[in-house]
Design a protein around this ligand. Structure first.
Ligand code: ZN
Length: 354
């Protein structure tokens, strides 16, 4: 869904148009890391476009959080976001925040609606050459990444007088990542691998614009299910169930919450030290935990991430990207140690090098 254009245009833009002609290229001239501002469209009381069981605000946040993880894991950049949770942010807040931070570029992530299909992206009509460079770097990489997963129509590079493009005091591009009201598009948007591909395409476009070198491609991805022989351990306090159709594989494990160390462990053989994205799958049910602790054994200590297992079942949910040491070991745990009511559930873990 588009931002509402207004007729107001700040005089600030006139000054910026001249300054933006300076190439934004990483190199010895940089006194600090390039500042990348990511704007997940909508949020909070503004769901954006809705359709086919999806909400634009949730998709843009998912894409943007993964975009941030990929950027930070692969390149030397500084990242700031207009929101990292489901909160309401005005358009003015977003551009004011980016301008005050002194971002070197801004990318606003949206999902389209209104009876079309495919991917399109926007810059301001009289944008600087640097903005055109960003737009040209971003657009083909996003659609290229999307097409590694499924067929997507290229609606092209466009211009529009959107607030986010007009009021940003730095090169800015707004992407419209498929149509939420298209059944075919929404089926792609429901796929975790497609969302990750969108994020990766954005990251590669931003890196290319900044002149950053290509990262190592992901060469490792593995799934450990609760039924994977030798790679899952849990005490007999953990029951097995095939109750939910959202399960991964034949069944999943569940246990009551209790203040004791009785975690279910997923063991993974990490081939080399590096950054890895860790995702988990679980069925969702109103009777499951509102705050199930997941522990990741990283190279710099254990990290605990709580997941609400009452919702978002049957899809890969990212715990984040972590620096991991090489070796075969218990890597991800689901802990019973939570004050939240409801069963904690352990079903499957996916680990992917990024
Ligand atoms: Zn939108």
């Amino acid at each position: 869904m588009f931002d509402n254009p207004t007729l107001r245009r700040r005089t600030l833009l006139a000054a910026v148009a001249g300054a933006a002609a300076v190439p934004i290229v990483a190199g010895p001239a940089w006194a600090a890391l390039p500042k990348v501002y990511i704007d997940p469209g909508h949020g909070g009381t503004d769901p954006g476009a809705v359709g086919n069981g999806l909400q634009e605000k949730a998709l843009t946040l998912d894409i943007s959080l993964q975009l941030r993880s990929i950027l930070l894991a692969n390149w030397g950049v500084d990242v700031r976001m207009s929101r990292t949770t489901d909160v309401t942010r005005s358009l003015a807040y977003r551009t004011d925040d980016a301008n005050a931070w002194g971002a070197n570029l801004l990318v606003s992530v949206h999902i389209n609606s209104g009876g079309g299909t495919g991917f399109e992206s926007y810059r301001y009509p009289s944008a600087s050459a640097t903005t055109v460079n960003l737009h040209n770097a971003l657009h083909p990489r996003v659609i290229g990444a999307m097409r590694t997963i499924g067929g997507v129509t290229d609606r092209g590079l466009k211009t529009a007088n959107f607030h986010m493009l007009r009021e940003a005091a730095m090169p800015a591009v707004l992407t419209e990542n498929l149509f939420i009201d298209s059944v075919a598009d929404s089926n792609l948007l429901k796929r975790a691998d497609f969302i990750t591909a969108i994020a990766r395409g954005h990251a590669e476009g931003i890196a290319a614009h900044l002149g950053l070198s290509a990262p190592n491609p992901p060469t490792f991805s593995t799934v450990v299910d609760n039924a994977t022989v030798g790679r899952f351990t849990a005490s007999t306090n953990w029951g097995a169930s095939s109750y939910s159709a959202q399960r991964y594989g034949a069944d999943y494990r569940f246990a009551t919450p209790t203040p004791a160390s009785d975690a279910a462990w997923f063991k993974v053989n990490i081939p080399a030290a590096g950054n890895y994205r860790i995702e988990v799958r679980h069925p969702a049910d109103p009777g499951y935990s509102a705050s199930a602790p997941h522990v990741v054994v990283t190279a710099s200590g254990n990290r605990t991430i709580a997941l609400d297992q009452r919702a978002n079942g049957g899809v890969w949910r990212s715990l984040g990207t972590f620096g991991l040491a090489a070796g075969d070991r218990n890597l991800v745990a689901v802990s019973r140690w939570t004050s939240a009511a409801g069963y904690v559930v352990a079903d499957a873990v996916r680990v992917t090098r990024v």
